[in-house]
Design a protein around this ligand. Structure first.
Ligand code: LLP
Length: 427
């Protein structure tokens, strides 16, 4: 992450002083640095321009679909990769043109497909033969054409966490590689379907270009075979999954990905698309939390530092054993000796863990800390487990900051709960 430790101001996130933000907004709070997000988008976009590649960037908004983030990316020219009707409406709300929206997902409802056809989104990524037939019927009823890509499962190992691997034959995603041509031919025969080409997404948090090369080469074979048999293929959606550096894994490098696409895909003269989520928003965000208590449980374990953020806020460590960088925010903390610490949330589960044996300046109650690279799959995966209100969300730009989602109140938690009047009750 873009972090510096200033001896006077403490932790800086880009140019944002986290000490000022923590004191102003309290904790736990999500921070999105819009300058970092903008510059990451520009770098990604530029990498393709430099290679004269025609690549549409569809931001995978599942990573963080907050309206303020979509609005910024829409102004930069991004489209959106969506996975639900809710995401479709969010994207349209921020004026992302329908033509720049693509719809992924292995189980779309009839209502969602109808909305997609009615609003004439640019591309529906169809994940099965069954979905293709269903879509054709819906499009006939609506009286419009559905532009589609077939998502193909290339049976390639992305070498990432098993819970976020999607391109192996054993995964539920996409149409089996061996069936691809047959289903593509069917797409040409079905009414109200406009076949554009193919889509491939092999997983998330991928650090090397090797699995992309393997997947792209398989797609090249497929596209050539389809063309030889007389079927047009104009589009290839290359998916997302570009990894970031949480600990010491190499961050995926847009310039390397662009070079790979130039080498392997440019000769086919295709419209190319990508669906990055994490790479854009992950390092652009972090979570501020405060130390509640420091528990000394004896000589056999490092002290337990219990903080006011928990697995209900950031579930990644509990769910994927994910490693997130953590540092104290105040400059004074850096004058203290370092020690090994366990960092945990207060939720009543042993899995509510943020770090084990982490070497940090000695943390004390009241210290603010920052948990890095939490912009992607952070706030969007939050829950209110243990009746813990959703954290505040703050966006910064230069020295400015603004609340983009106020901290939830306790009363908000039951505002939509109803108690039947079957028996006298006390509410
Ligand atoms: N396209 C499709 C079809 C996807 O399924 C995904 C992510 C993306 C694009 C964006 O992938 P990205 O560029 O963000 O890696 N909650 C997990 C990650 C789940 C990813 C799901 N699909 C985590 O916190 O690591």
């Amino acid at each position: 992450p873009d972090i510096t430790i200033d001896p006077k101001d403490g932790l800086l996130f880009g140019t944002t002083s986290l000490k000022i933000i923590a004191e102003q907004y309290g904790s736990p709070s999500w921070i999105i640095n819009s300058d970092i997000l903008k510059s990451r988008y520009e770098r990604l976009n530029q990498a393709f321009k430099n290679k004269q590649l025609d690549v549409s960037i569809h931001y995978a908004m599942k990573a963080n679909g907050h309206l303020a983030i979509l609005d910024l990316l829409a102004k930069e020219g991004a489209g959106a990769d969506i996975v639900s009707g809710g995401e479709l409406k969010r994207a349209l709300k921020t004026n992302i043109p329908a033509s720049k929206i693509c719809f992924s997902g292995v189980g779309k409802t009839e209502d969602e497909l109808r909305l997609a056809v009615e609003t004439e989104i640019g591309q529906i990524n169809v994940e099965s033969r069954e979905e293709l037939h269903q879509l054709s019927k819906i499009a006939q009823k609506v009286g419009k054409n559905a532009a589609i890509c077939l998502r193909i499962n290339p049976d390639v190992d992305a070498k990432t966490h098993h819970k976020i691997t999607t391109g192996l034959a054993e995964n539920k995603f996409g149409i089996a590689y061996q069936q691809a041509i047959t289903v593509y031919k069917e797409a040409y025969q079905l009414p109200n379907i406009t076949p554009l080409g193919f889509d491939v997404h092999i997983g998330s948090q991928i650090s090397s270009t090797t699995p992309y090369r393997q997947a792209f080469l398989r797609m090249v074979d497929l596209i050539k075979a389809a063309r030889t048999q007389g079927y047009d293929v104009t589009t290839l959606d290359c998916g997302g999954g570009f990894g970031i550096s949480y600990q010491n894994e190499p961050e995926a490098n847009p310039e390397d990905i662009a070079a790979l696409m130039k080498e392997v895909l440019a000769p086919l003269d295709l419209k190319l698309g990508i669906e990055p989520g994490r790479w854009l928003i992950g390092p652009s965000g972090l979570l501020i939390s405060k130390v509640l208590i420091r528990k000394d449980n004896g000589p056999n374990t490092p002290p337990f530092i219990i903080i006011d953020a928990a697995m209900n806020d950031l579930i990644r460590p509990a769910m994927y054993e994910a490693w997130h960088g953590i540092l104290p925010i105040s400059p004074e903390a850096y004058l203290r000796p370092s020690e090994a610490l366990h960092i945990d949330g207060p939720v009543c589960e042993s899995g509510d863990v943020f770090a084990r044996d982490r070497i940090l300046p000695s943390l004390q109650p009241g210290d603010y800390i920052a948990i890095f690279d939490a912009g992607a799959y952070g706030s969007v995966m939050s829950s209110t487990y243990n009746a813990r209100p959703l954290a505040a969300q703050i966006m910064t730009k230069g020295s400015q900051s603004a609340i983009i989602q106020p901290r939830q109140t306790i009363e908000d938690l039951w505002k939509n709960e109803l108690v039947p009047s079957w028996y006298p009750n006390n509410i």
